[in-house]
Write a protein that binds this ligand. Structure first.
Ligand code: HEM
Ligand code: HEM
Length: 205
């Protein structure tokens, strides 16, 4: 019996989708133009910072599936989800799954650290919002190393993020990238939202 609803469900609101793709764009702009084009680099970095700040607010006041309370899960659930994903029996989530949610949290944190240390470097050259504050006296080479480390670490996380998106899309037989463009995901009557995590032997497609 086909228990899937015909009508797709709008899961990702327009602001969240614009946030996602502009964040991806400006991250790569900042990453690729890191030394020769410092103005472009810092402007792209500021845009990333503003986008992350928007997301932190949206995670508290946004629509249901944008809310942190809707998708953040304890480490135990992340582990269970990953284990079940390996056996291709993980429960499909209409919003972010627990592993995706953990990755989102990590990305937001590492992006914030990268942007903040970038601003500190700028402040040491006398520019930007942190110029002439206490950060100007921090050791420049240490801050530069931290900035470099976190920008590269974030890039690694992004690669894992995209691989994770493709893998979960394969297991749940849905195009998650298209969903992040249109906002729509299919509704699953067999597995409605917010059911507790449990294996269900691959019947969720
Ligand atoms: C360019 C290749 C990328 C693709 C194909 C991609 C795809 C996706 C998809 C499909 C989702 C939704 C996952 C789900 O269904 O639960 C998502 C979420 C997310 N991605 Fe990406 N992504 C990409 C790049 C990036 C980059 C470069 C960043 C960070 C700089 C990023 C940060 C995020 C964040 C923060 C979310 C959570 C969205 C939210 O709820 O705010 N992504 N991505
Ligand atoms: C989250 C976005 C950002 C990414 C991905 C990023 C990435 C990078 C990378 C890869 C480098 C080269 C590190 C090295 O080889 O030493 C760099 C350097 C630098 N970044 Fe960023 N950065 C970001 C945000 C910022 C911001 C917001 C600012 C300042 C407003 C900034 C200022 C700088 C400065 C001053 C340098 C040193 C450039 C040099 O002297 O060669 N960055 N960044």
């Amino acid at each position: 019996m086909n228990r899937q609803a015909k009508k797709p469900h709008v899961v990702w609101d327009p602001l969240l989708r614009v946030f996602h793709w502009t964040l991806a764009f400006f991250f790569f702009l900042a990453y690729l133009f890191e030394s020769e084009e410092l103005t472009m680099h810092s402007h792209a970095g500021y845009t990333v910072t503003l986008l992350i700040l928007f997301r932190l607010v949206w995670g508290v006041i946004g629509p249901r599936h944008a809310l942190f309370s809707d998708f953040l899960a304890p480490p135990g659930k992340v582990y269970t989800y990953l284990k079940l994903l390996f056996y291709r029996t993980a429960k499909r989530h209409i919003g972010h799954n627990p592993a995706g949610a953990a990755m989102i949290l990590l990305l937001l944190i590492t992006l914030l650290i990268t942007a903040f240390t970038g601003m500190c470097l700028f402040a040491m050259e006398g520019s930007g919002p942190l110029a002439n504050t206490f950060v100007s006296s921090w050791p420049g080479h240490v801050v530069e190393d931290i900035h470099e480390f976190f920008s590269n670490f974030t890039l690694v996380l992004i690669i894992v993020h995209v691989v994770g998106v493709l893998l979960t899309g394969l297991v749940h037989k849905e195009n998650l990238i298209k969903a992040m463009i249109t906002g729509e995901k299919r509704q699953d009557l067999d597995f409605p939202d917010n059911r507790p995590d449990e294996p269900h032997h691959g019947k969720n497609t």
